[in-house]
Ligand binder design. Structure first.
Ligand code: ZN
Ligand code: ZN
Length: 247
């Protein structure tokens, strides 16, 4: 599998960059994890949206879903121009219901509900969603292909269930890392992870590589990295636009 970071910022992107969006591919199958501000335009630098096989929206915060409106129009154009024959498979949380229903009514999209314990395939990638703790209903996902595994935390606070999920075996942990070490109480309250918690998750979870992401544009990413390194001495990559990582 190959993972490409399309965007890594929250809750707004840096100039000419994007919020949460990660393109996972295996053979010629393409899965987009999240689709925040700016992702549609940045994605098309690597892949025409019409070639997407599926999109997963972890939760309905704008930095994770709002460019699905643009992707929808790209698919609509491709259907009209006959460069694509099928609607795009999209996996969404059922809540908030008004947003779910809005996308479910779009003929360009084939909308499915994300639920715990309901795995599905995208090409030869097996996708297993799992619920995480956030201010809105939110799902992390495990993506597996043959012997390779990727776990995406989405937006979440630290929990035993998340630790247990990572411990099942994770070659690449794509982990949100929203706040600094001193902001632990605030992180718990908002449903996010600190640098320290992301590092602990990687260390105790025994991951192959930690890919930290979901940064506030005003932070110095190098400072965040040093905080993670206090907790975790394994292989660490700080997300940046256009990074490609083989899993
Ligand atoms: Zn969120
Ligand atoms: Zn977010």
């Amino acid at each position: 599998m190959l993972l490409r970071t399309i965007g890594c910022w929250t809750p707004y992107p840096r100039a000419a960059e994007a919020c949460s969006g990660y393109l996972v591919s295996s053979d010629s199958s393409y899965l987009l994890l999240d689709c925040g501000h700016g992702v549609a335009a940045q994605l098309t630098r690597w892949l025409p949206a019409e070639q997407l096989d599926a999109v997963i929206i972890s939760h309905f915060h704008p930095d994770h879903y709002v460019d699905l409106y643009a992707i929808r129009h790209m698919i609509r154009a491709a259907l009209f121009l006959k460069t694509r024959q099928q609607p795009l498979s999209v996996y969404l949380p059922a809540e908030p219901a008004h947003l779910y229903k809005e996308f479910a009514a779009m003929p360009e999209l084939q909308v499915n509900t994300l639920t715990a314990n309901s795995a599905f395939m995208v090409g030869n990638m097996r996708v297993q969603p799992f619920p995480v703790h956030h201010s809105l209903p939110s799902f992390g996902v495990r993506v597996e292909n043959q012997n390779q595994s990727l776990v995406y935390t989405a937006d979440t606070s630290i929990s035993w269930s998340l630790m247990d999920e990572v411990k099942k075996g994770t070659d690449l942990l794509l982990c949100e890392c929203t706040l600094m070490a001193v902001e632990g109480d605030f992180a718990q309250q908002l449903g996010h992870l600190t640098t320290t918690e992301a590092g602990r998750l990687a260390r105790e979870g025994g991951v192959g590589v930690l890919l930290a992401t979901h940064f506030w544009p005003e932070y110095d990413v190098l400072v965040l990295q040093r905080e993670i390194e206090q907790e975790y001495q394994g292989k660490l990559i700080m997300a940046a636009p256009d990074l490609a990582i083989t899993i």
